[in-house]
Design a protein around this ligand. Structure first.
Ligand SMILES: [Zn+2]
Length: 120
């Protein structure tokens, strides 16, 4: 429950370690294993979304209701991640899949860029 509450009260992207720290602030008995066991369940229940930006660790984002297709804009220097609405991508994925008689299961769009701070 502490992991769930910590995830629910988290805004923006966070790592499993950051979630562990926040969960422990709510309940000191939460172990690292508890967090790593809870994360797949939270993902399966659509409470949390996994965001893999190709680093050695994954990021997580707490879902806030029904969200349209999101794309990630990732700063290649400081790992700042922006979630942007990309309804055209959802349409494009469905259209391309349908053209080949396929039904999309998942799709993602990630753009690696440099944030304004890192451009300086
Ligand atoms: Zn940056």
């Amino acid at each position: 429950m502490a992991v769930f509450e910590a995830a629910r009260s988290s805004a923006g992207h966070y790592t499993a370690e950051e979630l562990l720290k926040k969960s422990r602030a709510l309940d000191r008995s939460v172990s690292r294993a508890t967090v790593y066991r809870a994360l797949p369940l939270l993902i399966e229940c659509n409470v949390v979304r996994e965001v893999d930006v190709g680093r050695d660790h994954k990021y997580y984002l707490t879902e806030t209701g029904s969200t349209p297709f999101r794309a990630q804009l990732i700063c290649g220097h400081c790992d700042t991640i922006l979630e942007v609405d990309a309804p055209f991508m959802e349409w494009y994925g469905k259209a391309v899949a349908a053209k080949h008689g396929m039904k999309p299961i998942s799709q993602k769009l990630q753009v690696t860029a440099l944030c304004p701070k890192c451009q300086k």
